[in-house]
Every structure is written in C-alpha cells, then in structure tokens.
Write a protein that binds this ligand. Structure first.
Ligand SMILES: Cc1ncc(COP(=O)(O)O)c(C=O)c1O
Length: 361
C-alpha cells in the first residue's frame, strides 16, 4: 500500500488504524449486520459509541463534573454565532482577541447577533504573532473573552492562554484540540470542528461548563440552544453518526498512543524538526511567524519567490506529499501536521526541503 503523505490543513490525515478499523467494520459493525451509517441513532449499539466518544474526551482532558462534551453540527462556523447568541445578554458585549481571519469571522458573527469588542489584536504586526497579555484591554463587564488557540492560516498559536480573571474564557480550538494536555476546566466553552485533529468533517466538538447555562439567553430556536443539546446529550436530533464513530476511533487511538502527554511529545518533535529544516537554509526558507508564537500544528514558510513556491508544491506532489500550498488568502507554503501525522512523514518532508533548497538555492 502506498499512502500519500498528507499535509492538508483540514480535512486532514487520519491515523491509519482508525481507517482500517472502519474498513473492517463497514459491512458488519458490532455484529449488527449493518454499517454504523445504516444504524438508528437510537440503537443501543450507536448509543454506546456516542457516549464512549464523549467519555474519552472527558478522560483525555481530565474534565470535571461541571464540564460536558457535546457533538453538534454546522462546523466551528456555526459556533461563531451560537456562542454570542447564547451568552451575550441583551445590551451586553463580549471581548474578542483577534489573531487572524478565523477570529475576525467569530467577531463578525458576534456583531450580527449581539455586540463584539476587540480586546486585543496582532493585526498591526500582520498577525505574525499572538497578542501578549500586556496588549489586552479586557472589559470587566464582558460576557466572555474569545480566543482562537491556533491560527490555522497564519501558523500562530497561543502557548499560554490569556489570563482573564473572573471573565469566562471561550476558545476556538478547531486546529489544535487535543494536541497537548491543557487545563480545560478553566474554560467556559471550547469548540472545535473535528476535521483537523480528531476525525472527518461533519461533527463539531463543544466542551461546555454546564453551570454557565443558567446565564444563557432563552428565546432562541431550539437547535441553537446549548441547553437542549446538553439536556439531550447531543441526541435531540440525528447526530452525524459516522463522524462520531470515526472520532471515537481516533480518540481510542490517542489513548493507546499514550494520551495527550504522548501527543505533545510527538507534536513537539515534529514541529521542531520542520522549524529546524527552515532554519537550516536561512537564505532560502523563511518563517514569517515570531519564534514565540509558532504553531506546532500548521508550519507556514516562504521561499524566495512565488515561482519557487509553486515549484516546491508541484515537486512535493510528485514525491507523494500533498497539501503544502499555503492558504489562498496569504500564499506561501504550509505543512499541517496534526496528531495523526507521524514523525516519519515529517522527516520525509524535511529531507525533501533540504534537497529542494540545495537544488534551487
Ligand atoms: C481556527 C478555525 N476556526 C474555524 C474554522 C472553520 O471551521 P468549519 O469549516 O468547521 O466551520 C477553521 C477551519 O479551518 C479554523 O481553522
């Protein structure tokens, strides 16, 4: 079997054993004589997978009893609207830390449904870093403070989350959920589309502090209320059953690999390897990101010209490496190396980068 080395930003590579398991269970799953996709979401077999996946997230993150895992639809993009709809009270506002276009999109939705305020931004630094604590100007009356933990497009990441005192902290962790151990109980709400670190697209993971629901706005359409999804344990309507099943498979793999501590070791080794490959050819490769804000999930880099960047991506593809083109809004190159990517794949890319620089530098 000749698997492609996949560096797409999302949907992204999945661990091979999770795909093999899905293949093996495709026709006859859990002795049902059906695939999971063909099984009722009210069946005991599906229910077991659904709750196992929720429990595994709780276990990996060490969630306390006040935190609950939800499986929603509509992507992280719907969370941009749902969070302010539920938690900005009438006449109130929320604080947003702007680190690039995903944070800007979250702020835009907040301003459609309520009011969002910029509490700090690295735009003046062209989003080449995340704002420092000293640069934040928090409104003590804000309903919450929203951060984007990892900027998928710019390749920046918070290595320490902002201190928000008594203000609820909300994070879009779409592109670095479960990349390392964090104090998840500190957050009032975390959301992440599954399709980067966790599974296929179609399911969005939400980690919610249940006691916060007491402050949620009523009067919203049922599907937009966290309270209903909390009460019904994400079975109010039909969940994306196959996506949840795949997420469960990936979570079991994460656990078997040694959990989040092992993920962090693996992810740091991979990121460090690629940043070393960039630094080894300073006249050829350049990281546009400040050293202190560099992402371990999305490594962005520039070559001396756009022509060379196009050539790099094309030659990499010939060598079975895909997904290395930077986001269309910023150009350049980007290697997305989420949990599923192994060090061997990164080593192959680093060797290719070294060779390409020698041949074209
Ligand atoms: C940080 C971040 N937030 C939000 C999104 C949007 O996610 P979705 O496509 O699931 O709505 C993305 C997608 O790449 C992302 O990287």
């Amino acid at each position: 079997m000749n698997r492609t080395l996949n560096f797409y930003a999302g949907p992204a590579a999945l661990p091979l054993p999770t795909l093999e398991r899905a293949r093996d269970e495709m026709i006859d799953w859990a002795g049902t004589g059906m695939s999971v996709m063909e099984t009722s979401h009210r069946s005991k077999e599906y229910d077991a997978v659904h709750h196992e996946a929720m429990d595994l997230i709780g276990e990996l993150l060490g969630l306390d009893d006040d935190h609950q895992v939800l499986f929603l639809q509509g992507g992280a993009s719907l969370q941009f609207a749902m969070v302010p709809m539920n938690f900005i009270p009438p006449g109130g506002s929320a604080d947003y830390v702007i680190t690039g276009s995903w944070a800007q999109k979250a702020l835009k939705e907040a301003n459609i449904v309520a009011r969002g305020r910029v509490a700090g931004s690295s735009e003046a630094a062209s989003f080449t870093r995340v704002p420092t604590q000293a640069e934040l100007d928090l409104d003590p009356t804000a309903a919450f403070v929203h951060v984007t933990s990892n900027n998928t497009i710019r390749g920046t990441q918070f290595h320490e989350f902002p201190k928000t005192g008594s203000l609820p902290l909300v994070a879009d962790m779409s592109s670095d959920f479960l990349w390392r151990p964090i104090d998840a109980n500190r957050f009032h709400l975390i959301y992440a589309g599954a399709q980067k670190n966790l599974g296929p697209s179609g399911v969005t993971i939400v980690v919610l502090r249940k006691s916060w629901l007491a402050k949620a706005n009523s009067g919203l359409p049922t599907m937009l209320k966290y309270s209903i999804h909390s009460e019904k344990e994400s079975l109010y309507n039909t969940p994306p059953t196959f996506a949840v099943y795949m997420v469960r498979n990936v979570l079991l793999w994460v656990k078997e690999m040694g959990g989040l501590t092992a993920m962090e070791t693996r992810n740091r080794a991979k990121g460090d390897r690629l940043y070393r490959a960039i630094a080894a050819h300073p006249d050829f490769y350049r990281s546009p990101v400040d050293a202190g804000s560099r992402s371990y999930m999305n490594i962005v880099f520039r070559l001396p010209s756009e022509e060379l960047e196009t050539k790099f991506v094309a030659e990499a593809k010939q060598a079975h490496m895909v997904g290395l083109k930077g986001h269309r809004s910023v150009g350049g190159c980007r290697a997305s190396i989420y949990n599923a990517t192994d060090l061997a794949a990164v080593e192959t890319l680093a060797t290719f980068m070294d060779d390409f620089a020698r041949r074209n530098g």
